[in-house]
Write a protein that binds this ligand. Structure first.
Ligand code: ASP
Length: 333
């Protein structure tokens, strides 16, 4: 099933499943505030914002926040929902494999104190977001990769299991017939989850988890587990996270850029727009063939989102109510 179709179906099937989640599809909440600055109309805490239409994940995160949990617990537990969802083909179990048929996962997490943990190119462990947190809290390191990360996980009791589902295997076998690698990214095949939350104390944390580009080369790692690119948090200022073509996000260190732009006075919306313009500018004409999307939040709980092409969306949960918003986009093509 095409990702867009899946997302529409997912939003419908979610209504009634998650008591606190009422999904209203695709509003744009961009507006000007009193001083004429472009903001999104959200300034409530606690609050969680995530890339794509992930109402179950944001509902879980909000539940943690509502129960006075930390933003760190909220983003971890929210991301775990998508990692366990076999219908999400870009995250966790059910993620599409690399060109050799192996599912390899990347994840990172960052807390209010600027601590950071990441794992990359991990096979056989579903909850890589929790593994990233263990790297952050239980090792002298920041990133663990491949077999070392897996071994660390098994030593801690993480379960070893096959992440390749029958439907991902079928999709991979179909792809193998042509082995045509065209990483044209849009909503149909990418929905890495990046999540940012502010808790009741006003503290910000973020997390990002993905199976990366489908049919990528073995060993390929994108932006998602890389600090400053896939995710960045500065508790004094705000946070940002990315989805889309990781290679392009990495070249602009997009999430760090957005946080720095907010520090200099831009709203989250203005900062996301500037970051997308940088990605576009650096790419020459190539941006026509790839998608990049950013979301951001500032210390006041104002949010922003921007992408290159249409069809990127994001989900906000404040006061227990999920809303999925269609992101504003650049596409001048
Ligand atoms: N950014 C991810 C990566 O490049 C992919 C995605 O967002 O779908 O690995």
């Amino acid at each position: 099933m095409k990702r867009r179709n899946f997302l529409q179906k997912a939003s419908l099937s979610t209504i009634g499943v998650v008591a606190s989640a009422s999904v209203v599809a695709c509003n744009t909440d961009k507006e000007k505030n009193n001083s004429g600055r472009i903001v999104n109309s959200t300034s409530v805490k606690p609050i969680v914002i995530a890339t794509w239409n992930v109402p179950n994940a944001t509902a879980k995160a909000w539940e943690v926040l509502h129960n006075r949990g930390t933003s760190l617990d909220a983003v971890e537990q929210g991301c775990m929902i998508e990692e366990a969802d076999v219908k999400n083909s870009s995250v966790g179990k059910g993620g599409l494999p690399d060109r050799d048929g192996n599912v390899t996962l990347d994840a990172c997490i960052m807390d209010k104190d600027g601590n950071y943990g990441a794992v990359m190119c991990v096979q056989n462990i579903i909850h890589v977001i929790s593994l990233a947190r263990k790297v952050m809290e239980g090792t002298p390191h920041v990133i663990l990769a491949g077999e070392g990360a897996e071994k660390f996980g098994y030593d801690l009791g993480f379960k070893k299991e096959n992440l390749l589902t029958e439907s991902s295997k079928k999709a991979w076998k179909k792809w193998k017939k042509t082995s045509d690698y065209k990483p044209i990214i849009n909503i149909e095949n990418h929905d890495t989850i990046g999540m940012l939350a502010i808790d009741i104390n006003g503290d910000i944390s973020g997390a990002c988890t993905t199976s990366g580009l489908s049919y990528k080369m073995a060993g390929r790692v994108g932006d998602s587990p890389i600090i400053g690119s896939g995710l960045f948090i500065d508790n004094e200022v705000g946070g940002a996270t990315a989805t889309g073509m990781g290679e392009e996000v990495l070249k602009t260190v997009g999430s760090f850029l957005i946080v720095e732009l907010m520090r200099q006075g831009k709203t989250p919306q203005e900062a996301c727009e500037e970051a997308v313009r940088r990605v576009v500018k650096k790419s020459g004409d190539r941006y026509k063939d790839f998608q990049v999307g950013f979301i951001a939040i500032n210390k006041q709980g104002e949010t922003g989102a921007y992408c290159i092409h249409e069809w990127f969306s994001y989900t906000i949960n404040k006061q227990g109510e999920n809303k999925n918003y269609k992101s504003a986009y650049y596409n001048k093509a």
